[in-house]
Design a protein around this ligand. Structure first.
Ligand code: MN3
Length: 205
């Protein structure tokens, strides 16, 4: 998913809205992709229309600027984060839901096992207060780390390399799971696509 410049387009969902059932329901996918994600794209375009100087920058370039109007920062972050989230999901039932090769080796080296990594990741995601994201990323030195991001903050100012983004905003799960964020977090492993996550992470820089 190479990044273009202004005007941005909503990337189409790469599968049917009900394809992630029962883990993520069709109604949530409709609202999340066609309303929430689309609003970030529309608002970013509307705001950038007033800033010709910023229109030639790609999304990562834009988000790496030292000072941005807050409306651009929030909406550009929303587009960037949701692009990573949606492109890292795929229907249940393939080998892609388990990391393999170099990624598995790195996860085991850093967190002892994939199971242990999932526990640590979910425990951090449970702690997100308000709206935000839990993310797995590589530092420029090649270390694998997990962190929480607030609202639509991104990893770009730190020059970190994104791998796995899990949306912990209530809109990502509330229609189906209501207040049970933990169940959403337990179920999402059934639909994460690790090869796709790595590929997107590489192309998004
Ligand atoms: Mn979201």
């Amino acid at each position: 998913m190479p990044y273009h410049t202004y005007p941005y387009e909503l990337p189409p969902l790469p599968f049917d809205y009900d394809a992630l059932e029962p883990y993520i329901d069709a109604e949530t996918m409709h609202y999340h992709h066609d309303k929430h994600f689309k609003t970030y794209v529309d608002e970013l375009n509307k705001t950038l229309a007033q800033y010709p100087r910023l229109q030639k920058l790609t999304l990562p370039e834009l988000l790496s600027q030292k000072s941005l109007p807050v409306k651009i920062l929030n909406n550009a972050g929303g587009v960037y984060n949701h692009t990573l989230y949606f492109s890292g999901l795929s229907p249940a039932g393939c080998a892609c839901h388990q990391p393999s090769g170099e990624m598995l080796r790195l996860i085991e080296e850093t967190f002892e096992s994939f199971e242990n990594f999932k526990e640590i990741f979910m425990s951090l995601a449970k702690d997100v207060f308000g709206s935000g994201w839990t993310v797995l990323f590589l530092t420029p030195q090649g270390q694998l780390k997990i962190a929480n991001l607030k609202n639509q903050d991104t990893l770009l100012p730190m020059n970190y390399f994104p791998i796995l983004y899990v949306d912990v905003w209530e809109h990502a799960y509330y229609l189906k799971y209501k207040n049970e964020r933990v169940k959403y977090l337990e179920n999402i492993w059934n639909v994460l696509d690790f090869p796709m996550l790595e590929q997107t992470g590489k192309s998004i820089r």
